[in-house]
Each structure stands twice: as structure tokens, then as C-alpha cells.
Write a protein that binds this ligand. Structure first.
Ligand SMILES: Nc1ncnc2c1ncn2[C@@H]1O[C@H](COP(=O)(O)OP(=O)(O)O)[C@@H](O)[C@H]1O
Ligand SMILES: [Mg+2]
Length: 329
């Protein structure tokens, strides 16, 4: 019997000298996971391209590329290069071991991990600002990728205070980033319903715009309680939020007052309520969030806080171009 040939995969295999072993889909993009030629490092890499090629999607993808290639650091998924195949751009980037959605579905998250992960995402958002990316606008678990450091570094497990530190989170998918900054009020779009802020729904009600803080608050609450702040199980929201409710259900929730009685830690309760406040002008800054989370982590586990600060210091000073540390400490 003749076996079926996947021509798209064949093209990727030829142009990128590897073998497609998996395919993942986002809303508008398609990501091929490619195994490199034998005896080559890295063993795998990923190629992102457009899911349905239309003029609009093509232009959108080009905008994403221009933002992405300017923002290279350890807290973001950073591309290597782009190649055009039959006129369609393909971005080659490092392979990461999974995304936060799958991680949350398959692992229980304790309080230390909740704080460490949220701090890593906060650092990612702070780093985006360095590259003049003011808003990600689509922060949610599938857009946060996870590197398993223990797979990269020999004997790594022996040196870490707890399992949490095996993982390094990186913010990804700049598809909707800075649209508000570039296009004004018309550019408030983006966001997946359970993480989408009131000002992304009600375009003209608010002057402030802080969707990433809102989405980060939702995720931190999910890490801490295993529930979405709307009261739905985190797993249900992650698997199929459309089954829970349509756009107006999620909009009503986003615009409602929140009181998180499940959170016993007063500082974190206050932080979460303000992060998911209806009015974007009442949400705390990233710096305030960072300081509150690191203080809480220090109280909970000072050795975890020290270790995380050590890693931040390392990655803040790591030159991605030469892959060498650029500052000694
Ligand atoms: N570098 C990567 N390594 C491994 N998986 C990836 C990588 N980049 C993306 N993915 C997977 O592909 C999915 C879709 O990618 P994404 O960039 O978010 O596309 P879209 O713009 O369509 O949302 C992600 O949720 C993730 O599961
Ligand atoms: Mg995505």
C-alpha cells in the first residue's frame, strides 16, 4: 500500500534540514516541532508559520516578526531566524518542553511554585517593556512556554532547593503585542476570554489599559486555588472555556467585583483583588507585583527566594548572542 506524503512536512524537512515530529496549533499560527539531523545540537527546534495564509494574516504575522526579532532575552521565547518558503514566512526558534496550559493540566501547583512561576512571568513582562513592548495583550497559559532546565543541564536536579526550579517560564506569542500602543483605541483587541480584561471588552469605557496585569492575576489565582476566579475549575477553563460560557458570560465576570475569600494570605488576597480590578487604573504596577510576590516568597521559603534571585541575576546578565555570562558577580 502507498503511504501518504505530507507535502508541508516534506517542505519543512528539506528547508530546515530535519524531520517534523509534531504539529501544534494556536489561534492563528501553526508550530512544527522538528527533530534535527542525528548527532546535532540542539536535538529539536520549532518552526512557527501562518495557519491560514490570507493577506490580513500575512500582514499580521509580519508585524509579529518585527516585534519578536527585536526582543531577545532569557524571559522570552526568542527566535533564531526566519525563512520564506513559497513566499510564506517561517520563524525558526528554540524548542521548549511544553506550555503552561499542559503543565497546569498535568501537575498540581503548590504555593511556592505559584509564586515562583508568577515572578518569572512578571519578569517576562518587565523585560518586554525594555523592548518598548508595552502590552502583550494575549497573556494566557498556552502562550507561556516552559523550559525544563534539568534536560538542558547535566546533574541539575542535585543543585536545586525544590522541583519548581527545574522549570523556567518564558513569555511567548507576540501576535497581539502593542496593538493598542500602535493603533490607539481600535487596537485594544486580543486576549482569551477567561483572561481578558474589562478594557479589552469595553473599548471606550476606560482610559487606562492594563490587560497583562489582569491576566497575570487570573493565572496567579488559578495556580493558588486550582480554580479560575470565576469559581470554575481550572482544568475546565483550560480544556474548554467555551463550554462554560460565551463571550458575554466572560465579559460579565471580568467586569464584576471580586472578593477572593479562598485566599487566606491577606497580602496576596489584596494583591489578587487589585490585579483583577474592573478598573485598569486601580491595578498595581509590575514593580509593585514583583516586590509583593518576592516578599511573600521570602516569608514562605527564604531559600527559594534566594535561589530565584540568584537565577534572575544570572539570566539578567546572560548574553543570548554569545551564550556567555556578560557580568561576573
Ligand atoms: N518554541 C516552541 N517549542 C515548543 N512548542 C511551542 C513553541 N512555540 C509554540 N509552541 C506551541 O504551539 C502553540 C501555538 O503557538 P503560538 O505561538 O501561541 O501560536 P498562535 O499565535 O497561533 O497562538 C503554543 O501554545 C505551544 O503549545
Ligand atoms: Mg498563542
Amino acid at each position: 500500500m502507498e503511504s501518504k506524503i505530507n507535502l508541508e512536512h516534506l517542505l519543512i524537512d528539506i528547508h530546515f534540514k530535519g524531520k517534523v515530529i509534531d504539529e501544534k496549533f494556536g489561534n492563528s499560527g501553526k508550530v512544527y516541532i522538528v527533530e534535527n539531523e542525528p548527532h546535532t545540537i540542539p536535538e529539536k527546534y520549532a518552526i512557527k508559520t501562518i495557519k491560514n495564509v490570507t493577506e490580513e494574516n500575512f500582514n499580521h504575522f509580519h508585524q509579529e516578526m518585527s516585534k519578536w526579532f527585536h526582543s531577545k532575552n532569557s524571559y522570552l521565547v526568542t527566535p533564531h531566524y526566519a525563512k520564506y518558503i513559497n513566499g510564506v514566512p517561517h520563524i525558526c526558534m528554540p524548542f521548549l518542553d511544553g506550555d503552561l496550559k499542559n503543565f497546569m493540566l498535568n501537575n498540581s501547583i503548590n504555593e511556592i511554585t505559584a509564586l515562583v512561576f508568577s515572578l518569572q512571568i512578571t519578569k517576562g513582562l518587565l523585560n518586554l517593556k525594555k523592548y518598548k513592548i508595552h502590552h502583550h495583550q494575549d497573556l494566557n497559559p498556552p502562550n507561556i512556554l516552559i523550559l525544563d532546565l534539568s534536560k538542558k543541564l547535566h546533574d541539575f536536579d542535585r543543585h536545586i532547593p525544590n522541583e519548581t526550579f527545574k522549570y523556567w517560564l518564558k513569555v511567548s506569542d507576540l501576535g497581539n503585542a502593542n496593538l493598542k500602543f500602535e493603533f490607539g483605541e481600535g487596537g485594544r483587541q486580543g486576549g482569551k476570554h477567561p483572561y481578558k480584561s474589562p478594557e479589552q471588552y469595553r473599548k471606550y469605557k476606560y482610559t487606562d489599559f492594563e490587560p497583562d496585569i489582569f491576566a497575570l492575576g487570573v493565572m496567579l489565582y488559578m495556580f493558588m486555588t486550582n480554580e479560575h476566579p470565576s469559581g470554575n475549575l481550572a482544568s475546565k477553563v483550560l480544556e474548554d472555556y467555551e463550554k462554560i460560557g460565551d463571550g458575554s458570560y466572560w465579559k460579565d465576570w471580568a467586569c464584576s467585583d471580586k472578593n477572593y475569600t479562598k485566599i487566606k494570605n491577606t497580602a496576596l488576597k489584596k494583591l489578587l483583588e487589585s490585579m483583577t480590578s474592573e478598573n485598569p487604573g486601580e491595578r498595581p504596577s509590575l514593580v509593585f507585583i514583583y516586590k509583593t510576590l518576592i516578599n511573600q516568597l521570602t516569608i514562605l521559603s527564604s531559600c527559594s527566594a534566594d535561589y530565584l534571585l540568584f537565577l534572575f541575576d544570572y539570566f539578567d546578565n546572560y548574553d543570548l548572542q554569545t551564550e556567555r555570562k556578560i557580568k561576573t558577580f
